[in-house]
Design a protein around this ligand. Structure first.
Ligand code: MG
Length: 398
């Protein structure tokens, strides 16, 4: 069997590194052809030495020079080094790439992911922002070009597995599970006073900073509801969220006869990554299996929508459609960044997102990338000015 070429967008992040571990564990079946990273040139240099891709991309010319120097010093043969968005597009579309793992956090993953889909490549999607911003456009481009879109996000990967062999009309609803994050049983006051450190303490998953904060506010689950809508064609009212602190049930589907099918597994992203790479086949994995006897208890509870208003903000954006989900996503990205910089408190995140959404004029031309990116830029600018108002203690505009 000829080995399949893989490109990773976001190779030095948590999903990127796990993807490389999966590729290594699967032996000769896959080979790394292209890697896209940001500014972590040390890690990228190490990945180049190990996997010998033909082309890599970094954020700026400065990092490209740093990387070239590092490779020279280590006497590693340098691949073609590209820069910025054009570089990421080249990584996603270069010859020999059959599967693109799209794992760059945030809005910058959208354009290179679209470029891969246009070329008909399988996209293993870990970047949920891509579907939140431009779900209609992304799924249409995938359809038109015969490109497969396979979810790596653990919940959607679980639902993809549960839906196998089921008829759409026999599925009543999707149930996304949520760990509930570190503030599941905290008071509103404790949440108001939460430090970055508190928020980074995710109970079950180890992930990057952006998604960990999103998990603490439940915005992550809100974004996942929108993601599930686009991936599986269910409406907001057919997608439920259930808090499940053990994160063992990765998600489930409910059929019209009331039967529930759940996918369970250990909390290790390599499982979902491997599934997306080898689908429709399943292959043995080196990850230790789940030991249910040792766990003995699984808990479930409804999410507290008052303490976690981000969830309803996402449902509102999905219902309104058009550019509002892109606006929600952009405002959230800016607010999370400000929280990580200690400029605002955790509970300001939903406040800012809500205000930006209220001032946003929703446009419906969502198949137009230009309109989406414009909405994204606008929402970022509004979010920044709302944060500045908060910092100087001015009253909000809305
Ligand atoms: Mg998830």
């Amino acid at each position: 069997m000829a080995s399949k070429g893989i490109a990773i967008l976001g190779s030095t992040g948590s999903i990127g590194c796990n993807t490389l571990r999966v590729v290594e564990s699967l032996g000769e079946q896959f080979r790394v052809v292209a890697l896209g990273a940001g500014c972590n040139v040390e890690k990228l240099a190490e990945q180049i030495r190990r996997h010998e891709p033909h082309v890599v991309s970094v954020e700026t010319e400065h990092y490209a020079r740093e990387l070239a120097e590092l490779l020279r010093a280590q006497e590693t043969k340098a691949p073609a080094i590209r820069v910025g968005e054009a570089g990421l597009i080249e990584v996603a579309t270069s010859a020999g790439v059959e599967i693109v793992v799209s794992a760059i956090v945030g809005a910058i993953g959208l354009v290179p992911t679209l470029a891969a889909l246009k070329k008909g490549k399988r996209v293993a999607l870990a970047n949920k922002e891509t579907l939140v911003m431009a779900g209609e456009l992304v799924t249409r481009v995938a359809r038109e070009n015969g490109a497969e879109l396979l979810p790596v996000d653990s919940e959607h990967n679980a639902i993809h597995q549960c839906l196998r062999g089921e008829k759409r009309e026999e599925v009543r609803r999707l149930v996304l599970t949520a760990s509930g994050g570190p503030f599941r049983s905290k008071t509103p006051r404790e949440m108001e006073e939460a430090t970055v450190e508190d928020a980074m303490r995710h109970p079950t998953w180890t992930m990057g900073a952006k998604i960990t904060i999103d998990s603490a506010t439940l915005m992550n689950k809100g974004l996942e509801v929108i993601e599930a809508h686009w991936l599986f064609g269910f409406e907001g009212e057919e997608i439920d969220v259930l808090v499940h602190p053990e994160s063992v049930v990765h998600s489930m589907i409910e059929l019209v006869d009331g039967s529930i099918i759940a996918q369970m597994g250990v909390t290790d992203m390599r499982h979902a990554i491997q599934y997306a790479l080898t689908y429709p086949e399943r292959q043995p994995s080196t990850i230790p299996p789940l030991d249910l006897a040792r766990l003995s208890v699984l808990n479930f509870e409804a999410p507290d929508r008052k303490r976690f208003p981000c969830l309803d903000l996402a449902y509102r954006a999905l219902r309104a459609g058009g550019t509002l989900p892109a606006c929600l996503n952009a405002a959230n990205e800016v607010a999370v960044e400000a929280f990580l910089e200690n400029r605002i408190c955790l509970t300001d995140i939903p406040r800012i997102v809500d205000r930006v959404m209220r001032t946003h004029e929703t446009r419906s031309a969502i198949c137009d990338l230009g309109v989406i990116l414009e909405a994204d830029r606008e929402a970022r600018a509004t979010a920044r000015s709302e944060i500045e108002r908060l910092e100087v203690g001015e009253p909000a505009r809305v």
